[in-house]
Design a protein around this ligand. Structure first.
Ligand code: SF4
Length: 122
């Protein structure tokens, strides 16, 4: 679990933060590039999310982090969208959907899992 005591000083000021346990896997900025970015050898919050959809996106990035290095106050963490992952990324004109599993591996090394599902199932 992320710790405010280990908050990286490179984070933008505000409730969301990346702590020093980040392993630089890239899941957070792949999922939410508006608010997270690589900064040296670890991630940081580049811009604090606004309430609503932006906060939901940042909370999903926190859920995807394999080492729980993304933190926010408990009242915000409790707002993590209950459906969680897999999450719909996009609907393709051909009728398939791309979804993300979201949880990235920390033991075998960081990896993002994506898959396409057929028409009518998303
Ligand atoms: S998902 Fe977690 S471990 Fe990966 S880069 Fe972001 S903060 Fe670091």
């Amino acid at each position: 679990m992320a710790s405010p005591r280990k908050r990286r000083p490179e984070n933008a000021s505000g409730p969301f933060y990346v702590d020093s346990s980040c392993i630089d896997c890239g899941a957070c900025w792949q999922w939410d590039p508006q608010h997270f970015e690589d900064h040296g050898h670890q991630a940081r919050v580049r811009l604090q999310p606004q309430p609503g959809e932006e906060t939901e996106r940042a909370l999903m990035a926190a859920q995807a982090c394999p080492v729980a290095a993304i933190g926010a106050p408990p009242n915000l963490m409790r707002q993590t969208p209950s459906p969680g992952f897999p999450a719909l990324i996009t609907r393709h004109p051909a009728g398939t959907c791309t979804t993300a599993a979201g949880v990235h591996g920390a033991v075998m090394g960081p990896a993002a899992t994506w898959w396409c599902v057929p028409r009518g199932t998303c």
